[in-house]
Design a protein around this ligand. Structure first.
Ligand code: VTB
Length: 322
């Protein structure tokens, strides 16, 4: 895979973040999401890849842009064919309410390497590189926490687990507290929650709970680049979702490991902060029509982790004209 592709993906997520951050705190999650989708799609047209969206905004009849199956990129027929997984805005409610941890995110891998996950829920457990190999989604919550504490050489009482704040997690929250660990409750955005486990300074050691399956694949791609681990199990919430899982050949009894969700040794990933978070700063609009963005760029082949801080002169970028 072209070594410049990850950085170009950073341009794509920067564009989506800049567009959706205009809607921070404005109470309209749909507009924030639409702005991210439009900007991301436009920027993709400048990237030299031959890709197909495998995780996107929905089927063709649900989404006019970045729909599953859409072909993207400017590369010629001899170039490497890739799978593209996008979440133009993970954390739409956070943006609408001006809350932290919303990001724009993209993962790319050679064709066939990203799981075509159905749009259902997924039970997830994720850890960073130092706790890779000690988690098991079928083990009791307490056992997982104890094993992660041992791997991280810290007390259970110093382990912090990220959980999305949802009624479906009441029992999980009780079990984590009973085990003696701390919880960092987030309102939205478990892709960033999973990635945060890879960076000690975020204070996050584990992610547990039920979020979206497509985002499980995106998070797995990032964790694979950094050496972390994610295990997921599909949790269709309705009969319709269950049917969809079967149609797509997904196995609801199976545990999907990092390598099942994101296969192979070539992976490129980028995420830009939309609203503020411990790992990535949010977009800041500044004087003279400038804006700053903070982007994480990952390239699996070399394991390079890049943080790119950019200052955008929006006057020189007609696509951001007011
Ligand atoms: C949210 C969101 C996540 O899944 O939890 C969503 O915060 C699904 O949950 O980041 P709800 O239906 O309860 O909102 C994610 O988008 C991805 O896993």
């Amino acid at each position: 895979m072209d070594r410049n592709l990850p950085v170009n993906l950073g341009r794509v997520t920067e564009a989506a973040a800049l567009a959706s951050a205009k809607f921070l705190g404005r109470g309209d999650k749909n507009k924030a999401d639409q702005a991210a989708v439009d900007a991301m799609r436009r920027m993709f047209d400048t990237v030299d890849i031959d890709g197909t969206v495998v995780i996107g905004e929905g089927e063709l009849d649900e989404a006019p842009m970045l729909y599953i199956g859409e072909e993207i990129g400017t590369a010629g027929p001899d170039d490497l064919k890739v799978d593209i997984a996008v979440d133009p805005l993970d954390g739409t409610i956070s943006v609408a309410n001006g809350l932290p941890n919303a990001i724009s995110v993209v993962a790319v891998a050679p064709r066939g390497c990203l799981l075509h996950a159905p749009d259902t829920y997924m039970k997830k457990i994720a850890v960073g590189p130092r706790a890779r190999g000690v988690i098991d989604i079928h083990s009791p919550v307490k056992t997982n926490i104890i094993n992660v504490a041992k791997a991280l050489k810290k007390d259970v009482s110093d382990v912090t687990v990220v959980v999305i704040d949802r009624p479906r997690h009441v029992e999980l929250v009780r079990e984590i507290r009973e085990a003696g660990a701390r919880i960092k409750m987030i309102s939205d955005g478990d892709v960033l929650g999973a990635i945060s486990t890879c960076f000690e300074y975020t204070g996050v050691d584990m992610l547990m709970g039920i979020g979206g399956a497509p985002e499980g694949v995106i998070a797995a791609a990032a964790l694979k680049c950094i050496g972390g681990e994610l295990q997921g199990q599909l949790m269709p919430a309705t009969e319709e979702q269950r049917r969809r899982c079967i149609e797509m050949g997904s196995d609801i009894d199976r545990v999907y490991h990092t390598d099942d969700l994101a296969k192979g040794e070539q992976m490129a990933f980028a995420a830009t902060g939309v609203s503020y978070g411990e790992l990535l700063q949010g977009v800041k609009y500044m004087e003279n029509n400038t804006a700053t963005t903070h982007t994480l760029v990952l390239r699996m082949e070399t394991g390079t982790i890049r943080f790119i801080e950019s200052i955008h002169q929006l006057d020189k970028k007609p696509e951001y004209a007011k």
